[in-house]
Design a binder for this molecule. Structure first.
Ligand SMILES: C[S@@+](CC[C@H](N)C(=O)[O-])C[C@H]1O[C@@H](n2cnc3c(N)ncnc32)[C@H](O)[C@@H]1O
Length: 263
């Protein structure tokens, strides 16, 4: 399936998509006992939002993603940040068994999945990845907030209305952030034999109009992006929709479901 995380969208993703605050990385380090001797695999790594801060705390991170454009930007971002203990591999959740073959006897401390599990077969993934984990290690599922247009605030409702009118469709997909899906993820980790802990790091942040537009573009597939000719009208329409709603403050709950191997 073509999810469209390429070309211009990859650029918008790298530039405008939220990373993860230090408190989130601290939880991963604490719960999984991550150390500078550890290897972490970040599946669905995108442009490295999670891989790069995790790499600062462990021995090495292997970022895996099916989209070469996302990986190219992840590599460049890591290099520019001086984070050189990262490697990047084209692959998907369906290829975890190949990773096991590459690793041989080596065990990973964590398989992290940041804001990407909703495109994967989580039950199959968790059962095939669990044998790769070192004692005390685990699988961490992170959900980075709620889509900008599905929040409860007045500005989010205005954004939703604008996008629904523009695209002529109802926007409902919560990208795994709804409570039913979160429960399903936890249950699936337990079914793979892991002990589950859950936490949420929540913070508030004000977005500029440019960040709001970039955030929306980063969530579209390349085939949905407004054409160059229509983009000024899209941007202006979005600005008009939000004009009476400033400041654009977003509450960002980062939900973490971590299944770890009992030692
Ligand atoms: C919303 S981005 C998340 C990027 C980053 N992990 C983050 O937290 O911001 C989702 C990423 O998952 C990747 N992806 C989609 N389907 C996948 C699959 N079946 N296996 C692995 N990655 C996948 C996409 O290419 C995209 O880069």
């Amino acid at each position: 399936m073509d999810l469209g995380f390429r070309g211009e969208v990859a650029g918008f993703y790298q530039r405008y998509r939220r990373g993860y605050p230090p408190a989130v990385i601290d939880v991963l380090v604490d719960v999984l006992g991550l150390t500078p001797a550890d290897l972490v695999v970040d599946l669905g790594c995108g442009t490295g939002q999670l891989s790069i801060p995790v790499a600062r705390r462990v021995g090495a991170v292997l970022g895996v993603d099916p989209e070469p454009d996302m990986l190219a930007l992840a590599r460049r971002t890591a290099d520019e940040a001086g984070v050189h203990n990262t490697s990047w591999m084209v692959g998907s959740d369906r290829e975890v068994t190949r990773l096991r073959a590459v690793l041989g006897q080596r065990r990973v401390a964590a398989l992290t999945v940041g804001q990407a599990l909703h495109w994967m077969d989580h039950r199959k993934l968790f059962s095939s990845a669990t044998p790769m984990l070192r004692p005390g290690g685990g699988i961490a599922v992170l959900t980075n907030g709620i889509p900008l247009w599905l929040q409860d605030s007045p500005w989010s409702q205005a954004l939703r209305q604008f996008l629904q009118d523009w695209f002529g469709t109802t926007l409902q997909r919560r990208c795994g952030s709804d409570s039913a899906t979160q429960l399903e993820y936890a249950d699936s980790l337990r079914s793979a034999g892991l002990v589950v802990t859950e936490s949420v790091v929540e913070y508030a942040d004000e977005l500029t109009l440019e960040q709001m537009i970039g955030g929306v573009y980063s969530a579209l597939s390349v085939t949905q992006l407004p054409s160059a000719e229509r983009r000024p009208a899209f941007d202006q329409g979005l600005a008009d929709a939000l004009a009476s709603h400033g400041p654009l403050v977003e509450n960002v709950p980062v939900a973490m479901i971590i299944g770890h191997v009992q030692e």
